[in-house]
Ligand binder design. Sequence first.
Ligand SMILES: [Zn+2]
Length: 162
Amino acid sequence: MTAATEFETANSTYSSTFSKGDLALPPARKVAVVVCMDARIDPAAALGLSEGDAHVIRNAGGRSSDALRSVIILQRLLGTKEIVVVHHTDCGMLTFSDTDLRGIVKEQTGHSVDHVAFLPFKDLEESVREDVEFFRKSPLVLDVPVTGYIYDVKTGRIDKVE
Ligand SMILES: [Zn+2]
């Protein structure tokens, strides 16, 4: 049994009582949340979001530059007027360097990924500040409120990074 076949079973239950088929395409709360892909975080539950409320963009680390393509689409085509960045404690991105991962890929595949920035970081607060600044300063991003948080995987709390 693969995870995919388990999903099919779970989804038949889910879709049998599904009642949110009439939501609008633009996000009701006009906000984009950029958050790490970490499996321990449930952004909807942690931030009080329901279907149709917001776009949640997830990637390794919740890095802004990786989310830029999606943010441009949201701002220019879907009316998104606010951005929230969420990184978290115990993030895997704190545990390796570009050099480490490039070495692993090269060794295991024979291919060089020296041109790929995997965007790991050494300082959690600093990484949030960097990603908030990235959106604030990007000429491609509209001038909207950008707020950064650290989510604590032990307590479920978010703390704002000033
Ligand atoms: Zn993470």
